[in-house]
Design a protein around this ligand. Structure first.
Ligand code: F0G
Length: 464
């Protein structure tokens, strides 16, 4: 393999066997799943690239740390250990654990919505973030730079905020109606694209001018820090933790799904810089939803694993390999002409299926078609992020049309090898070379809410 991709910085000492199936079996399995990959059993999947969330492998240090977990209901030793790690990274005073990212959203986001008709603004809200903004009675507005939608454009920070648009929104809605600005780093929905330090700093300046609180959605804050080190002038010689600290310095609140860069299978974080009143309000809310504020939906052993995982997630050699492995897959696809979001982001390769299968209209879900085809080809499970996920307009009931029809090949952390990436690349390239054979899909059953998870389909005109 080319030296430009670093090898795994670890040895593997526990393995989980994976089953291989024949094409004939996969045809049956997918049919039985209603042509919806979410309904496949994971044991019928050869390489599972559905998500990088909670699917990573823990280290020997993490498994070892679990043995000393303190399971006290209140004030456990494991809580104080995790609190000191979070304080060390963020520089913030207040911390409480939650069971995962959406738990943090559920507790924190409603606190800043003080009246009707308020807005959160983000570079792009992740789906659950948007849902919690709406459940809190506010509305979610996105303002990512236009470059994000041009997949071929080589821009180092496609996750950035459009700063002019941000100020325009604040002025048109009125600063008193903005509940907060959410900086999603990396920007998952834009293709795992990073946000530059310069952009974070500028967003903070705008927020200060209008006295609006800033929130980091830091699910992949360490990958973002690594990209800043690689791509932004002045950061080449800084350590990842120092870059992460600077990221945090531009926010007042840090929310995290620890299932990503925390290198654990379950867990989440709320950290607040210095607003004691807000922290006290969160403490009141967290108890009925998540649990007592010193465990908040986690147990002692999981807090121990997270204390170790957060630091491992900031290790530069780990991050280099992590991003190299994703880039290796993306480079192979790009070299074969497969349309992907470029430069390749932190946690996944996003394939643009509008261009992959232009003969399939959005309402026949081109990215579902490609996703199903790679399962049939090689037992690989990816995920549709396009018009199927976007759903229908609640008023007109028309199918909404997504700006991009993406298939996300999401790489779990420390789980698969480069050889697995070769298998994935070969399958996607094979399907690309036979793309004219791809069929659109129609509903057999359309679920009324969050339809992508549970609907069933059939290929229009059959598979062959
Ligand atoms: N924020 C971002 C940017 C995310 O990517 C996710 C989850 C969340 C918040 C919610 O965190 O799942 O722990 O409740 N993303 C997963 C994904 C589900 O597949 O991208 P959670």
């Amino acid at each position: 393999m080319d030296k430009k991709y670093s090898a795994e910085p670890y040895r593997i000492k526990m393995v989980e066997p994976i089953k291989e199936t024949s094409r004939q079996e996969r045809e049956m399995l997918l049919k039985n799943a209603g042509y919806n990959p979410f309904s496949l059993k994971s044991e019928d999947v050869y390489i599972d690239l559905l998500t990088d969330s909670g699917t990573g492998a823990m280290s020997q240090e993490q498994w070892g740390a679990m043995m000393v977990g303190d399971e006290a209901y209140a004030g456990s030793r494991s809580f104080f250990k995790l609190e000191s790690v979070v304080r060390n990274i963020t520089g913030y005073q207040y911390f409480m654990p939650v069971h995962q990212g959406r738990g943090a959203e559920q507790v924190l986001l409603p606190q800043l919505v003080t009246k009707k008709g308020m807005y959160y603004i983000s570079n792009i809200h992740f789906d659950t973030t948007r849902a919690h903004v709406e459940l809190a009675g506010a509305r979610a507005l996105d303002c990512v730079i236009e470059a994000c939608f041009d997949i071929d454009l080589d821009h180092p920070f496609k996750g950035n905020f459009d700063l002019d648009q941000l100020e325009r929104i604040i002025n048109s809605k009125g600063k008193e109606n903005i509940a907060g600005i959410i900086m999603t780093i990396t920007n998952n929905s834009a293709g795992g694209q990073p946000v530059s330090m310069e952009n974070l700093r500028a967003v903070k300046q705008i927020a200060n001018k209008y006295q609006i609180p800033t929130i980091i959605d830091g699910a992949r804050y360490a990958e973002n820090a690594f990209f800043i080190k690689q791509r932004e002038k002045g950061y080449e010689d800084k350590t990842i933790i120092d870059i992460a600290r600077e990221e945090c310095s531009y926010a007042d609140i840090f929310l995290m799904s620890a299932k990503k860069d925390g290198l654990v299978n379950m867990g989440g974080i709320i950290a607040i810089k210095d607003n004691e009143e807000l922290f006290n309000k969160c403490k009141v809310t967290v108890i009925p939803y998540e649990g007592f504020p010193t465990y908040g939906g986690m147990n002692g052993r999981d807090m121990e694993a997270l204390s170790v995982g957060l630091m491992e997630g900031l290790d530069e050699r780990y991050l280099r390999h992590r991003t190299d492995q994703v880039r290796y897959l993306g480079d192979k696809l790009k070299a074969a002409g497969v349309p992907i979001q470029y430069p390749i982001g932190g946690h996944a390769v996003f394939v643009e299926c509008k261009r992959f299968a232009p003969h399939i209209p959005s309402y026949q879900f081109p990215a579902l078609s490609v996703t199903n085809a790679i399962y049939l080809e090689a037992g690989i499970r990816a995920v549709e992020i396009g018009s199927l996920l976007l759903g229908r307009d609640p008023d007109t009931h028309e199918n909404k049309v997504s700006e991009m029809e993406l298939m996300r090949l999401t790489i779990p952390r420390r789980v698969y090898t480069y050889k697995h990436m070769d298998v994935v690349a070969d399958a996607v390239i094979h399907v690309y070379q036979h793309r004219h054979e791809l069929k659109g899909y129609e509903f057999v059953y359309e679920s009324p809410i969050l339809r992508h998870f549970t609907s069933t389909f059939k290929p229009i005109g059959g598979l062959k």
